[in-house]
Ligand binder design. Structure first.
Ligand SMILES: *Cc1c(COP(=O)(O)O)cnc(C)c1O
Length: 464
C-alpha cells in the first residue's frame, strides 16, 4: 500500500480528491478493477457469500484502505469483502451449487433465505423488547432500551457508504423488510422525546445517518432545538463515514453545510457526539480521514470511537493499542471495545471472551491514561451491556468478573457478578453463574420484564 503523504487541506480540495461517490454492490462484484485481478475461484467464492451476506464497497475504500498486495490476509480486505469461511461448509455448497447450475432465481432466493435464517438474524431480541409503546402504539424507527438514551433510525439513513462483513445489523441491508427500523417522521421522534424527560441522549444510527444529504438530516437535528426538549442534552450520531467516506466532511457539496449545522447545535448548548466506528488504525491513516476529523472537531463536536474485536481483523493487542494511541493523537476519545455479536458470520469473527479480555488488558497496558477511556470487552446482549472485567480466582474457583455497563434496569449497573471461567465461551449464553448459583442476579427480574411486555403486546393485539 502506498504510504499516505502529508497533504494540505487545499490539496485535498483539489479536483483529484473530488471524485464522486462510486459504489459497487454484489451484482457489480466482477466490475471492480482490483477484483478482476484476483483468481477466478476466489471471485466465485465471494460471489456466493455476497448472495447471502451484505456487500457494498466504494472507490475510496478500494483505493485507500485495502492493501491489494496482501490478499486475502489484509484486515481491510476481510472487513469489506466476503470470505468463503464466513458460511458453514454445507451452506456454502448449497448456494455455490445453485449458482453453478444457474438454478432458477426463485430457487436460489429460497435457499438464500434458508441460510440467512440460520444465522440468527434477530440478535438480542431487539425487535421485541426495544421498540417503545407510546399512546398504546408501537413507535417504529425508535429503540428505547436504556433509560437515558433513545436510538433513532432515520428512514433515509438505512445504508452505509460500504458494508462491514461482520455487521450485526446485516439483515436490514439484505432486504429483510421486517427488520427495517425505518421511521417516517421526525415529528413522532420529537413528540416521544418531549414526553420522556428522563432521556438525555438521542442517538441517530442506522445504517449510517451520515449517508443522508445535509438537507434531509437537518429537520431531525434542528427539531431538537425546539422548546420542551431542553432535557435532551446530547446528540449522538453513530457513523462509519470517517472511515468509509471521509469526503462527507471535506469535499462533498454539502460538507460545509453539515459542519455548520453541527456547529449550530453546539452553539445552542447541545453536546454533539460523533460515535465513530473503527476496527483498525489503518482507517485513520489517510490524509482525507485526518482532514475529516480535523474539520468535525472544529465544529465543537467530540468524536468518540467504538468497534468490535474481530478474529481475522483486529484480534491483536498491538492493533488496538496503536489504534487508541492514534485516536488520542487525533483528538478522538476511545469509548467501547465490543464483543462480536451472536449473529451473521459470528463463527468466523468470534474471539473467546477470555482471549478478548487478554487482548483488551494487554492493549490497555501499552497506552497512556488518556486512551484508557475505552471500556470493554462488552457484550451488547438483551439484558444490557455486560463487560468482562477480568479473570480471577475466588475460594479456589476460577471465574469471570462481570458488570453491567448498561442495564434494562439501571439498578443493575456497576454491580460486580461472577461466572464460571470457560476458556471457550464467546457469548453471554455460554456463561454459567459461579459458586453454584442457579441464576445470575438479574435473570428473574429480566424474565418478569419479558413476561410483562408480552402481556402488553397481547392486550394491544386484542384491540385491533
Ligand atoms: C450502547 C447502547 C446505547 C448507549 O449506551 P451508552 O453506554 O450510553 O453508550 C443505547 N441503546 C442501545 C440499544 C445500546 O446498545
Amino acid at each position: 500500500m502506498t504510504q499516505p503523504i502529508k497533504m494540505t487541506a487545499n490539496q485535498l480540495l483539489a479536483s483529484d480528491h473530488q471524485k464522486p461517490f462510486k459504489v459497487y454492490a454484489a451484482r457489480h462484484l466482477e466490475r471492480i478493477p482490483q477484483v478482476q485481478a484476483l483468481p477466478a475461484n476466489m471471485r466465485f467464492e465471494m460471489q456466493v457469500i455476497a448472495n447471502v451476506l451484505p456487500f457494498r464497497v466504494n472507490d475510496y475504500v478500494l483505493e485507500n484502505l485495502i492493501d491489494w498486495g496482501n490478499i486475502p490476509d489484509d484486515p481491510m480486505f476481510r472487513l469489506l469483502f466476503p470470505q468463503r469461511e464466513m458460511l458453514a461448509e454445507d451452506d456454502f455448497s448449497l448456494i455455490a451449487d445453485l449458482i453453478k447450475r444457474q438454478a432458477p432465481a426463485e430457487q436460489l432466493a429460497q435457499a438464500v433465505e434458508t441460510v440467512r435464517t440460520k444465522l440468527n438474524p434477530h440478535p438480542a431480541g431487539q425487535m421485541e423488547l426495544n421498540v417503545p409503546i407510546f399512546h398504546r402504539e408501537r413507535v417504529q424507527g425508535l429503540q428505547h432500551k436504556y433509560r437515558e438514551t433513545v436510538l433513532f433510525f432515520p428512514s433515509q439513513g438505512q445504508v452505509c457508504h460500504s458494508y462491514c462483513t461482520f455487521c450485526f445489523r446485516w439483515p436490514q441491508f439484505v432486504g429483510d423488510k421486517d427488520l427495517r427500523f425505518a421511521s417516517k417522521e421526525s415529528d413522532e421522534l420529537l413528540r416521544y422525546l418531549k414526553h420522556h424527560t428522563q432521556v438525555s441522549d438521542i442517538l441517530f444510527t442506522g445504517g449510517d445517518p451520515m449517508v443522508m444529504k445535509t438537507a434531509n438530516f437537518e429537520p431531525y437535528l434542528r427539531g431538537l432545538l425546539k422548546p420542551g426538549l431542553e432535557h435532551v442534552q446530547t446528540v449522538r450520531i453513530g457513523t462509519k463515514s470517517l472511515s468509509f467516506w471521509p469526503q462527507r466532511f471535506v469535499t462533498d457539496p454539502d460538507a460545509d453545510d453539515l459542519l455548520r449545522l453541527l456547529e449550530s447545535l453546539v452553539k445552542a448548548g447541545k453536546h454533539v457526539a460523533i460515535m465513530a466506528h473503527y476496527n483498525h488504525w489503518r482507517e485513520l491513516d489517510t490524509p482525507m480521514a485526518h482532514e475529516a476529523i480535523r474539520r468535525l472537531r472544529s465544529t465543537g463536536a467530540i468524536i468518540r470511537s467504538q468497534g468490535p474485536l474481530l478474529n481475522h481483523i483486529n484480534a491483536d493487542a498491538e492493533v488496538w493499542a496503536k489504534m487508541w494511541r492514534e485516536q488520542v493523537r487525533l483528538g478522538i476519545v476511545p469509548y467501547y471495545m465490543f464483543v462480536e455479536r451472536d449473529t451473521g458470520a459470528q463463527h468466523y469473527f468470534e474471539v473467546p471472551l477470555a482471549k478478548a479480555w487478554e487482548i483488551y488488558r494487554t492493549a490497555m497496558r501499552r497506552v497512556s491514561g488518556l486512551a484508557r477511556t475505552a471500556r470493554g470487552p462488552s457484550m451488547s446482549a438483551s439484558p444490557g451491556k455486560i463487560e468482562i472485567q477480568g479473570v480471577t480466582k475466588i475460594d479456589g474457583e476460577k471465574v469471570f468478573v462481570l458488570r453491567f455497563i448498561q442495564g434494562r434496569n439501571p439498578n443493575w449497573v456497576q454491580k460486580p457478578f461472577f461466572a464460571k471461567y470457560d476458556e471457550q465461551a464467546t457469548w453471554l449464553n455460554h456463561l454459567k453463574p459461579a459458586f453454584g448459583a442457579k441464576q445470575f442476579f438479574y435473570e428473574a427480574e429480566y424474565a418478569d420484564m419479558i413476561a410483562h411486555r408480552q402481556e402488553i403486546l397481547n392486550e394491544l393485539e386484542g384491540e385491533c
